[in-house]
Design a binder for this molecule. Structure first.
Ligand SMILES: C[S@@+](CC[C@H](N)C(=O)[O-])C[C@H]1O[C@@H](n2cnc3c(N)ncnc32)[C@H](O)[C@@H]1O
Length: 237
């Protein structure tokens, strides 16, 4: 997704359609959003306070609203255009509080039972920005809370090239548009992606529990974490 621009009604719909078409090109990518819904529905708190970091596009908001209508959602994104898409998807729901800004800018008194960080961190350079981002999420998680985090990841620099033929075969098989397929193939190599090992190191440095991988498809992965067990807000297990 591009960021920062205000969308007209028509281009907003075009961008939503492209977002959905891109999702269709990756086997099972919807699982990340379904998992988010299920984990939230299974949360011990009946009315969980949910922080949706990088809410642009509204995919996780849509699922949370469906599966956990009692959740109160704070949706944060620095891109006005992307946040407008999320608002459009959320409809008139008054349980969603939209904040235009980065998670780092959100006031720290806010405390959440669950935070989602889906496909955001891979956009940030690994020059301290990824770590600051994770620390900002950690600072807003309450005692015993959970973090659902998804990112694009490569085990090694050649993994993308090895996976491309499989991606193309799948996209062809489901009849995905050439435009969406080419956009995915152009976008992924340009991202400041890190390995799963580096992701685990960043989580540890941020005082988060070792992330447990719950989903993987091609270059997409999803993990569940929370406060490190040793932190003052972690739950020792
Ligand atoms: C690829 S989109 C993913 C949107 C959504 N989470 C999803 O999975 O469909 C990434 C979004 O993260 C936002 N973003 C980037 N840096 C951020 C930050 N520091 N805090 C919050 N959102 C951020 C971007 O503006 C963009 O809308």
């Amino acid at each position: 997704m591009t960021t920062g621009d205000q969308s007209t009604g028509e281009s907003k719909l075009d961008r939503l359609a492209m977002y959905r078409e891109l999702q269709r090109t990756v086997p099972g990518l919807d699982t990340i959003y379904r998992l988010t819904e299920v984990l939230l529905a299974d949360h011990p708190v009946d009315t969980p306070r949910v922080l949706v970091v990088g809410a642009g596009g509204g995919r996780e908001i849509e699922r949370i609203q469906t599966g956990v209508p009692a959740a109160s959602i704070t949706a944060v994104d620095p891109s006005a255009g992307n946040l407008a898409l999320a608002r459009h998807v959320a409809g008139n729901a008054n349980c969603v509080h939209f904040v235009e800004g980065r998670v780092e800018d959100l006031h720290t008194e806010a405390e959440f039972d669950v935070a989602t960080s889906l496909l955001v961190m891979h956009q940030l350079p690994d020059d301290g920005a990824k770590l600051s981002y994770l620390c900002a999420i950690r600072d807003r998680l309450g005692v015993g809370s959970a973090l659902i985090h998804a990112d694009i990841c490569f085990d090694d620099p050649d993994e993308f090239e090895r996976l491309v033929p499989i991606y193309e075969a799948y996209a062809r098989h489901v009849g995905a548009s050439a435009e969406a397929t080419q956009l995915e193939l152009r976008t992924i190599p340009a991202l400041p992606v890190v390995s799963p090992d580096r992701t685990r190191t960043l989580f540890a440095q941020a005082g988060l529990a070792p992330p447990r991988e719950v989903f993987r498809s091609l270059w997409y992965r999803c993990w569940v974490s929370g406060h490190a067990p040793t932190s003052s807000k972690g739950l020792l297990k």
